[in-house]
Design a binder for this molecule. Structure first.
Ligand code: AMP
Ligand code: GLY
Length: 428
């Protein structure tokens, strides 16, 4: 190694964010032999064991860049969408530091559903038909033309909670009106049937490397009922996925989207997350996200054998084409989200948690109280994860770990990955 090569490697890595996704990133990064120092800003009670906690205002790009500079980061990895849409990656790059995450402009792929639709149209990417609605009267007309099941979306960022899928016309109207009354824009969409897949790809804006597909469980309660949440659990890989799925998504969705963004001069680098429905008419994009998914990251990263810091650094520095092919562990991973009482509407915080320091227990909304106890500090509190030789064994191990956690009135789904283990998921 020459002296000059040190600065171009990801030896000091700073992760921005405070959820279980960031905890999973810290776990994976800390096993990269190239890494010499890891920090997480602001982090949570779990990331502190692996990564130096740094105070930051994640909503302020100038502060994010300032913290990265002061800590002498070689690479900054931005977890959540909020800072990306606000321009944190631009600010970090302007400070001369490599950053894994798209520019504010490119992050509009997640930040504006109508922008994403324009890009998909131009790139020929298959997605649900959609109709922007300008006001309450138009909302009702469009809903009646499209028919049930109704899909009504907040056009902007809503932490996974801006979408209502329902057969109830009154509820569809009420949801759309609430968004419009709050000053937001509303899209009505064609309903997509079929199982959902989350496929992540690492990209430097030109080369696109897909990861293994995962499936999230978005509804709060067993049997896929209850309100939409940020995600109640996930598993990977998908034993029921059609052969060739990843290649097809790369060819028809991921590469064309990255190429279209480059053509527009809005190069997308970082993590492109395609939320897909495998409908009877073929695959369709439900949404794009501009960052690692939560909780899918908690099951995808433990299966990745390739050192993560080098991979993310290659994406951040435009050198993915020279990166060796990704290597994957055999087996499967399952994560079960332990949520606070009242999630998602009114999560209760401040409850003590015990049993949260075991292997695979990733912290989401946790904090250290003044007396050193770990307390809940958000809606999704923990993501309890296990890797094993197959999905059934990983599922069993994850639930055994959940049983070791104590959080008053906690809620978790008992059926994460169950339909897949029982062979009940069919495509087409
Ligand atoms: P989104 O925030 O766009 O990911 O949507 C959240 C969830 O709502 C998705 O994971 C789907 O379960 C559901 N959803 C969104 N759009 C559609 C659609 N067009 N058809 C059916 N379900 C949808
Ligand atoms: N798991 C859904 C998301 O990260 O948006």
């Amino acid at each position: 190694m020459t002296a000059g090569s040190v600065a171009s490697r990801a030896v000091r890595v700073l992760v921005i964010g405070s959820g279980a996704r960031e905890h999973a990133l810290c776990v994976a990064l800390s096993s990269d032999p190239e890494l010499t120092a890891l920090a997480c800003a602001p982090g949570n009670a779990g990331t502190r064991a692996l990564a130096e906690p740094l105070a930051v205002d994640v909503a302020d790009p100038v502060d994010v860049a300032g913290v990265a500079t002061a800590w002498r980061a070689d690479l900054v990895v931005i977890g959540p969408e909020g800072p990306l849409v606000a321009g944190a990656a631009d600010a970090v790059r302007d400070a001369g530091i490599a950053c894994f995450g798209p520019s504010a402009q490119a992050a509009q792929l997640e930040g504006s559903k109508s922008f994403a639709k324009h890009v998909m149209d131009a790139a020929g990417v298959p997605t649900a038909r959609s109709w922007p609605v300008g006001g309450p009267a138009e909302l009702e007309t469009v809903l009646d033309e499209v028919g049930a099941p109704y899909v009504v979306k907040d056009d902007g960022l809503a932490a996974g909670k801006g979408v209502l899928v329902t057969d109830d016309r009154d509820a569809a109207v009420a949801h759309g009106r609430k968004v419009l009354d709050g000053g937001g824009a509303v899209l009505v969409e064609e309903y997509l049937d079929g199982p959902e897949v989350s496929l992540f790809a690492i990209t430097d804006g030109t080369t696109v490397l897909p990861l293994v597909p995962a499936q999230d469980h978005k509804r709060r309660d067993d049997g896929d009922v209850g309100p939409n949440t940020g995600g109640m659990g996930a598993y990977a890989p998908l034993p029921w996925a059609p052969p060739g799925l990843v290649d097809e998504v790369l060819a028809t969705v991921l590469q064309p989207t990255v190429d279209e963004m480059a053509r527009r001069g809005e190069t997308f680098s970082g993590l492109l997350y395609a939320g897909l429905a495998l409908t009877s008419g073929g695959l369709r994009v439900i949404e794009f996200n501009c960052r690692f998914g939560d909780p899918e990251t908690q099951v995808v990263l433990p299966l990745l054998e390739t050192p993560l810091a080098g991979l993310l650094h290659a994406a951040a520095t435009g050198t993915l084409a020279e990166h060796p092919p990704l290597r994957w562990r055999k087996g499967a991973a399952v994560t079960v989200v332990v949520a606070a009482h009242g999630y998602p509407e009114r999560p209760r915080t401040g409850d003590p948690i015990t049993g949260a320091d075991g292997e695979g227990v990733l912290h989401a909304g946790t904090a250290l109280a003044a007396d050193g106890t770990v307390v809940s500090a958000g809606g999704r509190v923990l993501a309890v994860t296990a890797v094993s030789e197959d999905l059934a064994a990983a599922r069993q191990a994850a639930y055994e770990r959940v049983a070791g956690v104590r959080l008053a009135d906690a809620h978790w789904r008992t059926d994460i990955a169950l339909a897949a283990v029982e062979g009940r998921i069919t495509v087409g």
